[in-house]
Design a protein. Structure first.
Length: 295
């Protein structure tokens, strides 16, 4: 994998302080945020690079590893272990006649893919780098299990997206990351879901909420109304003298529960009574009569 200069992405020097990294990230994240650059693929790519750079450089330990090992910073522990093994090997062979400096480098090279050092020891295998990707969907897209094809680094990956997947949820797809080192296994793909609510319903867990306008006459006298759910329209029976803010629950009419096939949350409606406007003289007269009766 090619080296990515995270400092250059954020417009910083390697000596940058934590506060400078934080400031640079915030400035660039605002500039290239998808909400401010709709349908701009270059801005979207830049935004992802900025976030990746910040995730590494804003973490003290990750930054140390990156500064020392560059593109292989995620394999820092394996490198350090190999260096320790090299040191032990050097110490054990140091007193032997004819053991030159280039033998040490050959040994270390054999650990990291430079070929066998005259048959001494095997090459260490490292798992490939994990890839991170983002999939943007609407709430209506995940009401049912669906199949999608996602392109990552030029490769098409067929996905089954379970109904009810959550916003910012990350799933791991084995073997769809970078190639391994020295024949090691491939890395994984970490896919994060970004869900936009385009439904008109409020989602909390697997329950759905919606406010319904109710005219004054139906609220007072009762009656039937039609209400929209994710599964279509349902008839609601309004009791006489229904009060403003009254809540009703429809069991099992909510959102699908993630990875529990056939299980759904509940639907909650809140009635908001509309006061009639632009009354005629006759209507005002009748309301006055009602007011006198109530008094």
């Amino acid at each position: 994998m090619a080296f990515i200069d995270y400092y250059k992405i954020l417009g910083l020097q390697k000596s940058a302080k934590e506060s400078e990294i934080k400031k640079a990230y915030r400035k660039l994240a605002r500039k290239y945020h998808p909400d401010l650059n709709p349908d701009d693929k270059e801005a979207e790519k830049k935004f992802k690079e900025i976030n990746e750079a910040n995730e590494v450089l804003s973490n003290v330990e990750n930054r140390k590893k990156y500064d020392k090992y560059g593109k292989d910073w995620k394999h820092a522990e394996q490198f350090e272990k190999a260096e320790q093994q090299q040191g032990a090997y050097r110490q054990s062979r140091g007193s032997q006649e004819g053991f030159a400096d280039h033998d040490y480098s050959d040994f270390f090279e054999s650990m990291f893919g430079g070929g066998q050092a005259r048959g001494r020891g095997s090459r260490v295998k490292f798992k490939g780098q994990d890839y991170n990707a983002e999939l943007r969907l609407n709430l209506t897209d995940i009401y049912q299990t669906d199949k999608r094809t996602l392109t990552v680094n030029g490769k098409n990956i067929r996905l089954t997206i379970p109904a009810g997947v959550k916003n910012n949820q990350v799933i791991r797809i084995k073997g769809q990351g970078g190639d391994g080192i020295n024949g090691g296994p491939k890395g994984d793909l970490l896919l994060r879901f970004v869900i936009s609510n385009n439904s008109g319903f409020k989602l909390d867990g697997s329950n759905l909420y919606k406010t319904i306008d109710l005219d004054l006459y139906t609220a007072i006298l009762g009656g039937d109304i039609m209400a929209e759910t994710f599964k279509g329209k349902v008839k609601l029976k309004i009791k006489p003298e229904t009060q403003n803010g009254t809540k009703v629950k429809l069991k099992g009419k909510g959102f699908p529960v993630y990875k529990r096939e056939g299980e759904f949350g509940d639907m909650f409606f809140t009635y908001q009574i509309r006061t009639p406007a632009n009354l005629t003289a006759k209507e005002k007269e009748l309301f006055n009569e009602l007011n006198k009766l109530r008094s």
